[in-house]
Design a protein around this ligand. Structure first.
Ligand code: TA6
Length: 301
C-alpha cells in the first residue's frame, strides 16, 4: 500500500499519519500519552517517548535509513535466527525480518493508547532463504507503556524452527553510570570470551567494557537504572527464556559505519529473546507469542 492509501485506510487525524523518510515508509504517532515512530521496513519502532519523559530508545545518528538495510537503534525484530544462521545455510545476520517490508494491518485508539498491528508473510527473499508457510503478526500498544507482542504461526507441513528477539536499544545518559538488575546468578554465554559459559556474579550489572552476553533460561524482568536521566526502565517479558545484553564499547563502535563514535556511551541493548538453545518449534497450525512491556519511572534526584 502506498502512503496515500495507508493514510486513507489507517490514518487517524492528529494521532496516526504515514509519511516517508529517506525512502522508507513510516507511521508517525502522537497521542496524549506518548509519541512514537514505526517504520514498515522491519516493523521497526524507531522512537518511543512517553509524555513527560525523555526518549526511551537510542537511535544512532549515523544509522542508514535505506531499503534492505537494518536500522541501527530502536527495536529491530530478529527472526527467524539470532546472530549467524546455525543450519549451515546462507543468510543475513539476525535473519530477514528486520529488512523486510511488513504490511500494515490495523490501527485503533483506545483512550490515549494506540493499538497497531503489522504482518510479515513469506516473500521471494524469505523463500530464497528456505522460509515459506509462516505468518508473523506484531501487535503494538503505544502509550505510557510500550507493549509489544510477536506472534508466529506455522502453516508448514514440516516443523517450523526459529529464534526471535526484540533487539531493543535503550537510550541512557551515560553507560558508565547505568546498571541493570534482574540477571543475578543467571548462566550466560560470553560472546566476548569465546562463548565461554559463565554465571553472573555482579548485581547490579554495570558494564565496564564491550559486552555481548546471552543469558540462558531466564524469564525475569530486567530494570535499567539510568541514573543520569534519573529514571528506571523496566523490561518485562512473557514467553521469552533468553535475555541478551550488548554494548560494543569504543573499539567495536569505531568499526561500525552506522554508529557515531560516542554512540556506545549513550546506549545499552537489553533484548527479550528465544535463542541459543531456546529456539521455538511449531508444528502445522501451531502459534507462539512472545511479549515484552516497557515502562519508565522517574527516580528522585
Ligand atoms: O545482540 C547482540 C548482537 O548479537 C551482537 O553480537 C552484535 O552483533 C549485535 O547483535 C548487532 O548485530 P548487527 O547485525 O545489528 O550489527
Amino acid at each position: 500500500m502506498d502512503i496515500t492509501a495507508l493514510n486513507e485506510n489507517f490514518g487517524l487525524p492528529g494521532v496516526l499519519a504515514f509519511d516517508e523518510h529517506s525512502g522508507l515508509t513510516r507511521a508517525v504517532i502522537t497521542t496524549p500519552a506518548a509519541s512514537a515512530t514505526v517504520y514498515l521496513q522491519g516493523a521497526h519502532v524507531a522512537e518511543w517517548q512517553p509524555a513527560g519523559h525523555e526518549p526511551v530508545l537510542f537511535m544512532s545518528g549515523a544509522s542508514a535509513f535505506k531499503k534492505g538495510k537494518a536500522i541501527r537503534g530502536g527495536i529491530p525484530i530478529i527472526f527467524p535466527w539470532f546472530g549467524d544462521r546455525h543450519d549451515g545455510q546462507p543468510g543475513p545476520a539476525h535473519g530477514f525480518a528486520r529488512t523486510e517490508e511488513w504490511e500494515f494491518g490495523f490501527a485503533a485508539l483506545s483512550g490515549d493508547e494506540l493499538h497497531m498491528s503489522l504482518l510479515l508473510t513469506p516473500s521471494e527473499a524469505s523463500r530464497a532463504l528456505g522460509f515459506d508457510h509462516f505468518r508473523v503478526v506484531y501487535h503494538l500498544t503505544i502509550g505510557r507503556e510500550l507493549a509489544l507482542q510477536l506472534t508466529v504461526a506455522s502453516d508448514a507441513e514440516t516443523p517450523l524452527v526459529y529464534e526471535e528477539a526484540l533487539h531493543t536499544y535503550f537510550a541512557v545518559g551515560d553507560i558508565h553510570q547505568t546498571s541493570v538488575t534482574g540477571l543475578d546468578a543467571v548462566e550466560y554465554i560470553d560472546k566476548r570470551d569465546g562463548g565461554a559459559l559463565k554465571v553472573q556474579t555482579e548485581d547490579p550489572l554495570v558494564l565496564t567494557r564491550d559486552t555481548d552476553r546471552v543469558y540462558l533460561d531466564t524469564a525475569s524482568a530486567c530494570v535499567i537504572d539510568d541514573t543520569v536521566n534519573q529514571r528506571k526502565i523496566t523490561v518485562d517479558k512473557t514467553n521469552s527464556s533468553t535475555t541478551i545484553v550488548w554494548n560494543p564499547w569504543a573499539e567495536l563502535t569505531a568499526k561500525m559505519a552506522d554508529m557515531e563514535p560516542d554512540g556506545w556511551e549513550r546506549m545499552i541493548c537489553v533484548e527479550s529473546a528465544n535463542a541459543a538453545g531456546a529456539s521455538i518449534t511449531l508444528a502445522h497450525g501451531e502459534v507462539h507469542h512472545m511479549r515484552c512491556v516497557l515502562t519508565v519511572e522517574k527516580t528522585p534526584a
